[in-house]
Design a protein around this ligand. Sequence first.
Ligand SMILES: [Zn+2]
Length: 97
Amino acid sequence: MAERAEVLQEVEGLRARLETKGDYSLGAGDPMIYQWELNLALLERAQQHLAEIEAALEQLEMGIYGRCERCGKPIEPERLAVLSHTTVCSQCAQRRR
Ligand SMILES: [Zn+2]
């Protein structure tokens, strides 16, 4: 899965940038600190995204990817196209709300 490699690269890149924090002997409120915190937030989001992809890959390996985990019916292709990591069909998603 190309997307997994992409996100992995993003996580690595952000980690590398976060490691440079020690070089900044700057006070709070400094734009560099703000940038660092922004990177940290981005890293957390990328890691969460990665976890979702890993979960989807696991399901793929088990042969249940594209099937609703609630009713077991195939998830609509157009839904998967928009929400590639969804685990429920649109009907079950609506019922959940
Ligand atoms: Zn369903």
